[in-house]
Design a protein around this ligand. Sequence first.
Ligand code: ZN
Length: 628
Amino acid sequence: MNELLKEVLKYVPEKAEISESGFEGANIILYTKNKDFFLDSGDVVKTIVDAVKKRIELRPDKSLLMEEEKAEKEIRKLIPEEAGLANVIFDIPRSKVILEASKPGLAIGKSGELLKEIKRKTLWIPIVRRTPPIKSLITEKIRSVLYENNDFRKKFLNKVGERIYGGWTNEKKDIWIRVTFLGAGRQVGRSCLLLQTPESRVLLDCGIDVAAQDPEDSYPMLDAPEFDISKLDAVIVTHPHVDHSAFVPYLYKMGFEGPVYFTEPGRDVASLMALDYISVSQKENRKVIFSSTDIKEMVKHSITLEYDEVTDITPDIRITFYDAGHTLGSAMVHLNIGNGLHNLVYTGDMNYETSNLLSSAITRFPRLETLIMEATYGGSNDNYPDRREAEELLVKTIKTTIGRGGKVLMPVLGTGRAQEIMVILDKMIRNGELEKIPVYIQGIVWDITAIHTAYPDFFNSNVRKMVFHKDQNPFLNEVFKRVGSRQEMNEVLEAGPCVILATSGMMVGGASVEYFKELADNPKNSLIFSSYLGRNSLGRKINDGEREFNLDGKQISMKMEVAAIRGFTGHSTRERLISFVRHLNQKPKRIILLHGDNSNCLDLASTLHKMFRIETNAPKNLEAIRIK
Ligand code: ZN
């Protein structure tokens, strides 16, 4: 038996009748056959937690559980109708019952009293999950994959724990730490870092560069000599944009069996983006590198963490996610390595500014020696108008267009900016700045928005207040309408003035191009760009002034108005990147810049070095840095 479990069991009194002990990731799980001990274990659990400094959960042995049908009746009797209790799902291997409710707060009761009552009466451990107000097929599918595979999950999570606590010791040992850049070195796209210590090998992000000219340059450089998939311990995904997450299913296709860490919304959106990546690859006759089965494997091997939750992931690495303010559930990762001997923060993509939907990136960390930071807009020429100005320009353009009886087309990315714009439109319609006009949301954007409604706890405090206290969920505004089929799209084109949100943001394929073909020749209409426009993309050409196009044999002489609104970015501007470093609660010893083009990474590295007298680096792909 594992040394840590042996240690834990030493503290448990005999009357506890422990029938089984094991791990669930980094948590220790004990099953008891003694009903009274389960309902009231006194200080026993607390004493053990204090001694071993690990999370411990006490669960009832199967023999104590009330029969499922009877338990469900009891539960339905106890929970008030207003809670909107839908499914009741029994997770037998873990002695838990999952209650899916539209108003979780009402199902939990004041200070959790209803849950305590359910536990006392049925002995099942109740967990409440939110049913999103907009139906999200992907969230439903992911939850059912996890429920259906609960036997597999139990074994898998125990194996993860055994790996983490194999050779468990509280002693400090000498360590070295090395980071190899397998992508995102002086480039935006295919983020992927390999972190190695004497005990661990961990990947930070694993994305695909969809804009790469040569398909071979799309993927992280996993053929680097230091990478060996059979020795990989874990993958950590900061957020679900394709350039940070889309290559993860491929790791499972190649036989990876370890865990991938996400936030919950991160996992759901990443799965949807990976599925979308498959269908876009098929449509564009590109090589399809993984299947939906591999995405399912990723979900089966996922472990989700909340912000600020400290978790061991290997014998010498402990991680914590902090809000990055970039997309729903986006995270910066703090890694405590070698029992506190070195502390590293990898920002992923982050926005050091409160947006309409999300909070600002965090600057307080328990300790920090090395900072690995994005530099997307780190160049000295990258100055953006402020958010307020951008919003004003947006309303002005929409108002003028609607006023002359036209339609507004906004090409957007599926996740991030689209939802930010929806929140702005909702706000403006609510306070009367904008009249009530239909806003049509294209399929994938709608599906990602639905996932947003499942996780309102990740919104900033202002939007949370609207959702929980004022019953004004911005995404439920009746002006938002889903558009799925070609038929529905034709109806939108036939109808009157409106706003249309459709992918892709740069107009490289997707519904935004289809709409454009139909709307381009009417001077009453407007096209508003809010995303980054890649070289050679149709969006960039239009923005640069080209007006004559031949798209799939259709000659287009463009007359619609064009506006490019910068300032809605989910990234920090150069000023804010500098301000982020200035506001860190402790000064790092070294800053490594990546996720920016060559000049932006070098420019920011030299600026930060001069300003703060800190060692800075801007590594290229395949370079490795020993940071300790
Ligand atoms: Zn991103």
